[in-house]
Structures are given as structure tokens and as C-alpha cells.
Design a protein around this ligand. Structure first.
Ligand code: IPM
Ligand code: MN
Length: 370
């Protein structure tokens, strides 16, 4: 039996609660699908930092390279300087393991979760490929004459040909795969399309993205090319979300548009992401943060963390297990038992995990009887 060695960082706030449900669903899936997991827990979080003063040491990043994958809950605490622990843990993983793609599916499972008028699951089904190691997240910059009226704060938006090219290539390959899957499912109603989202009119160095995108597009003649400035992209995501198939964009723009995307899916509680370097240890997490006001109350929606485990299994090649979780989450949401995918659903975090497990356990029977 295959055993996957998974690092688990539960983190802060609602992180531990939602991660527990992700693991509950992961273990139920492992049993049904016939694989094993070995979980290695890491304490890194703001709470741990407040207690010990420890951030993630380089030796631990080295150790993570030896894992099959890492699951992360959420990082962030009101008593710690903003971003300090996030940079160490989240960016430590993304930059340290060179996880150059942040894959963020935007998928509406059930119409009742959608805030848009007259839009349904057929209209909201796209994926954002967020470049994950460069851009305004480069951490190259600083302050001069700090705390004086002459202070200068400088941050460099850093883009490399390699970084743009590999993100674009990932996006085109993904569009090709999605096109083939739609064809196999008999719903090839549209050509695969990759939309480049940037701000190359105002930020001229984004022209590097334009060129890298065009360079990669030449290798994929069957895929429709498309472009939107990020401001217009926000407008289109609300007006015509059905236009989008795969979006490729910079680190910061990807961060911003995927919060908007999460709302189209039903809320921050449901959105999941994979921080990926194909072929290497990758990290999976819900898109939401630590939501301190809901911490410890057993009210947070764990569906984002649960869907992150599905993305992890897909990445590990456990396709059937991944699909099983995705189907169960979809079936649960379509059943109408979950009024909203947020802390006001009236369903306890732990109950929601149990509900997903019961749907996924029932799947083969339902398929057989259907
Ligand atoms: C996300 C988060 C992080 C980001 C923060 C916590 C550093 O917002 O994963 O989207 O900006 O990438
Ligand atoms: Mn974000």
C-alpha cells in the first residue's frame, strides 16, 4: 500500500479546526481508496511564535523537501506584527520550495451559494494560475529615513522570463487538460482558453508577461488566447464569469482576484488552493485566513480545507480519491443541507466534516443505484 508522508501545519485562528476536518476527510478517503498517510505535524504559527519566538528555520524547509506534500490551515494573529509569521511560514513554503504556481479553482457547486443574479454552476467554473514566487511579493525593498517626514518605502515588482514562462506554460497545459476532460465528458461546448491578466498599460514591465505568454501560446495552437487588464478582469468576473476558462496572472493580482473568485463560489470558506511545483513537494491550503473572530467556536466552514485535500490527492496522483472528495462536497452542497458556505451556516465545523465523510462513503452506492 502506498503511504504518503504529509506535513501538517494547522496554524492560527480557525486553522486547527478546519485542518482537523480536512484530515478527517483525507483519512476516510484513504481507507476507501486503499492508501495510507503518515502525518508529520509542525507547530509553526503565530501562537507558537508568541510562546517561543521561533519562526521556520531553514533546516525545516530542507526537511519539507523530503515530504510528499504539506497541508496548511491558516496563519495570522492580531497580537503579532502583520505579515511576520505569514512571510515565514506561507512565503517560506512558497519561496523556499519554489512553488511557482498557486492554483485556485473557482467553481460554483450550487446556485444557492452564488451572489450573482442569473448565474449558476455552468457559468462559474474556471481556474486561476497565480504566479507564486515573484512580483510585488519579492520582498526586495525596504525603508529609508524611517519614521521621518522624508521616509521612503520601496518595494520591487520583480518579474523574470523564467517565472512568467513557467506560469504561462502551466496555464496552457492546464487549459489543454481541461479541454480534453470536457471533450471526454461530452461537454466540449467551447475551446480551451487562457486569459492573461496584467496591467501592462500602466506597468510597462508587465510587457515581459505579454512576451512570455505569446512565446508559450505558439506551442498550443488549439488554445484560444485572450487578455484582460486586471481592473477589467474584476468587472468581467462579475458581469460574465462564464467567459473564463484558465486565467494566468501575477502574484498580487492573483491574490486579489481569487478573493473575488471565492465570493462567486459562495464565500471564503469554500475556496481551496494548491501551491505547486510539478514533480516536487507541494503545499495545499484553503484560500481564507485565520479569521480570529471565529476561532475556537466550531463555526468556521471547513470546505476550503477539505477541498485542499482533494487538490493534494489529485497532485499526488490519487485521482479517484480526489474526485471522490470533490463529488462529496458537490453532492453535499447540492443537497440543500448547507444554507451557506460560511460561519453563519448554522452547521458546526466538525459536523460539516462528518457530512462530507458520509456523502463520500455513500458515493459508490449512489453511483450503483443511479
Ligand atoms: C493568500 C494570502 C497570503 C497572500 C497572505 C497571508 C500572505 O492572502 O494566500 O492569498 O497574500 O498570498
Ligand atoms: Mn489572499
Amino acid at each position: 500500500m502506498t503511504t504518503y508522508k504529509i506535513g501538517v501545519i494547522k496554524g492560527d485562528g480557525i486553522g486547527p479546526e478546519v485542518t482537523a476536518e480536512g484530515i478527517k476527510v483525507l483519512e476516510a478517503t484513504a481507507e476507501l481508496e486503499g492508501f495510507d498517510t503518515e502525518l508529520v505535524e509542525y507547530p509553526y504559527s503565530s501562537e507558537h511564535y508568541l510562546k517561543t519566538g521561533d519562526l521556520v528555520p531553514d533546516s525545516v524547509i530542507e526537511e519539507w523537501r523530503g515530504l510528499d506534500a504539506v497541508l496548511l490551515g491558516a496563519i495570522g494573529h492580531p497580537d503579532v506584527e502583520p505579515g511576520l509569521v505569514e512571510r515565514s511560514v506561507i512565503l517560506g513554503l512558497r519561496f523556499g520550495l519554489d512553488l511557482y504556481v498557486n492554483l485556485r479553482p473557482i467553481k460554483l457547486y450550487s446556485e444557492h451559494l452564488c451572489p450573482l443574479k442569473d448565474k449558476g454552476p455552468d457559468d462559474i467554473e474556471f481556474v486561476v494560475v497565480r504566479e507564486n514566487t515573484e512580483g510585488l511579493y519579492s520582498q526586495i525593498g525596504g525603508h529609508l529615513k524611517k519614521n521621518t517626514p522624508d521616509e521612503i518605502a520601496l518595494v520591487n515588482g520583480l518579474y523574470t522570463w523564467k517565472g512568467c514562462e513557467r506560469a504561462c506554460r502551466y496555464a496552457f497545459e492546464l487549459a489543454q487538460k481541461r479541454g480534453r476532460e470536457r471533450e471526454a465528458a461530452g461537454i466540449a461546448d467551447r475551446l480551451p482558453r487562457v486569459t492573461l491578466v496584467d496591467k501592462a498599460n500602466a506597468i510597462r514591465p508587465h510587457d515581459l508577461w505579454t512576451r512570455a505568454y505569446k512565446h508559450v501560446a505558439r506551442d498550443f495552437p488549439a488554445i484560444e488566447t485572450d487578455h484582460a487588464y486586471v481592473d477589467a478582469c474584476c468587472m468581467w468576473m462579475v458581469k460574465n464569469p462564464e467567459w473564463f476558462d484558465v486565467i494566468v496572472t501575477t502574484n498580487l493580482f492573483g491574490d486579489i482576484i481569487t478573493d473575488l473568485g471565492a465570493m462567486l463560489q459562495g464565500g471564503m470558506g469554500i475556496a481551496a488552493s494548491g501551491n505547486i511545483h510539478p514533480g516536487q513537494t507541494s503545499m495545499f491550503e484553503p484560500v481564507h485566513g485565520s479569521a480570529p473572530k471565529y476561532a475556537g467556536k466550531n463555526v468556521a466552514c471547513p470546505l476550503g480545507a477539505i477541498s485542499a485535500t482533494s487538490m493534494m490527492l489529485d497532485y499526488l496522483g490519487e485521482t479517484s480519491g480526489a474526485q471522490r472528495i470533490e463529488r462529496a462536497v458537490g453532492d453535499l452542497l447540492r443537497s440543500g443541507e448547507v444554507p451557506s458556505a460560511d460561519a453563519r451556516s448554522g452547521i458546526a465545523t466538525s459536523d460539516m466534516g462528518d457530512m462530507v465523510v458520509s456523502w463520500l462513503t455513500a458515493l459508490p452506492a449512489r453511483e450503483g443505484s443511479g
